[in-house]
Ligand binder design. Structure first.
Ligand SMILES: NC(=O)c1ccc[n+]([C@@H]2O[C@H](COP(=O)([O-])OP(=O)(O)OC[C@H]3O[C@@H](n4cnc5c(N)ncnc54)[C@H](OP(=O)(O)O)[C@@H]3O)[C@@H](O)[C@H]2O)c1
Length: 341
């Protein structure tokens, strides 16, 4: 089978296409013939050498796929060859076939397009756990979603809307702001045209936010934290600032890491605030919660409460993957970017 391999760090063009053996499913695994694979910012970070939990190279990146079951392990029940499924993969998704543990696989309803299905897992699960589990977002609360027009961003904005929150969201262009407005964001803010923190203070006051979803890091995290109301929660789940371009830049990554604030629990008592960190790929022992959330998200997609937004699809080839990575580095995406077979 054909697969996209990561064999060294560098710009998008370092990814190569290889003929590799079809993987054999372990006893609890389902093998999937891939129809579409989701691209996540974490894939870009891996390529740049900035992702802490990557396997040893060479390996096939990719955290999520949709497709048809092509084989099942000896202990798998409930799936058989030909079933349409969507799955979370711990790497390996940029390939014609991939295996995933049964607990990370869900059937795709017959009226849900397989390509759309591939756009759901990582974005919506991340937004779900950040907003609902850690953020404990309640109706009427004020939430800020940074980069609201991106993959996780559009998912978070939709979930916050369904929870009845007052939504602030940032993006870098007027076109993206237009999308945010369409998605129900009450206060879209172009963070390039104005200072987001000043703008929020102007709209709702000095310390007015209940929940902040922050995958930016650096100074943005500190500026956001200062906007938290008493009992406010900041959820940190990424560091865009460490990867400003498609090329490796260790100095910028180091600077972003240095500029990201360190929080002191004693001072946090005085401000009545909480700071959380979230990582979807490190939920050992909580897989049942992921499976449960995944099911609820699919139900919300099927009854129309959530509308996955696909920005662009590229072919599942080395050239397609490189173009897709560049597309995201250049901040041209609004919603999810996919590789399709
Ligand atoms: N912890 C977890 O489990 C987890 C899971 C999924 C994602 N994440 C993190 O969440 C963030 C969003 O992930 P995603 O996959 O949905 O990506 P994405 O939002 O689709 O990323 C691209 C968008 O992010 C914005 N952006 C800001 N800084 C950027 C930069 N340095 N390079 C490229 N784009 C930048 C751009 O929107 P604007 O033009 O509006 O700025 C761009 O269109 C990432 O930081 C990712 O690492 C974390």
């Amino acid at each position: 089978m054909r697969a996209i391999n990561l064999e060294r760090h560098g710009p998008p063009e370092v990814m190569v296409e290889r003929e590799v053996g079809v993987p054999e499913p372990a006893a609890d695994e389902v093998r999937i013939r891939v129809r579409a694979a989701g691209i996540n910012f974490a894939d870009l970070l891996q390529r740049l050498g900035l992702y802490g939990n990557a396997p040893k190279m060479p390996y096939i990146p990719g955290f999520e796929v949709s497709g048809e079951v092509s084989a099942v392990g000896a202990e798998v029940s409930g799936f058989r060859e030909g079933d349409r499924v969507v799955a979370m993969t711990r790497f390996g998704g940029y390939a014609e076939e991939v295996c995933a543990p049964q607990i990370a696989v869900l059937p795709v309803p017959s009226d849900l397009d397989l390509v759309v299905a591939a756009s759901i897992p990582v974005n919506y699960l991340t937004a779900w756990f950040c907003l609902k589990t850690m953020g404990n977002l309640r109706s009427g609360e004020r939430v800020l979603v940074h980069n609201g027009a991106g993959g996780v961003g559009t998912a978070a904005v939709q979930l916050a809307r369904e929870d009845g929150a007052e939504i602030f969201a940032t993006a870098s262009s007027d076109e993206k702001l237009e999308l945010l407005r369409d998605l129900g964001v009450h206060h879209p803010i172009n963070y390039r045209a104005s200072d987001f923190a000043e703008e929020i203070r102007r709209i709702s006051g000095k310390r007015s936010l209940d929940v902040i979803l922050d995958a930016v890091g650096g100074k943005t995290t500190l500026e956001g934290y200062k906007l938290l109301a008493p009992l406010g929660r900041l959820i940190s789940y990424g560091m865009f600032e460490a990867a400003p371009t498609a090329n490796r830049n260790p100095l910028r990554a180091w600077r972003a890491w240095r500029q990201t604030p360190r929080f002191n629990p004693i001072q946090m008592i005085g401000s009545n605030t909480g700071v959380f960190g979230f990582h979807l790929a490190l939920l050992e022992g909580k897989e049942y919660m992921v499976a449960e959330a995944f099911k609820q998200i699919l139900e919300m997609v099927m009854d129309g409460r959530l509308q996955p937004i696909i920005s662009e699809s590229f072919p599942l080839t080395a050239v397609g993957a490189a173009e897709a990575h560049r597309f995201i580095h250049e901040r041209r995406n609004m919603g999810k970017v996919l590789l399709v077979v």
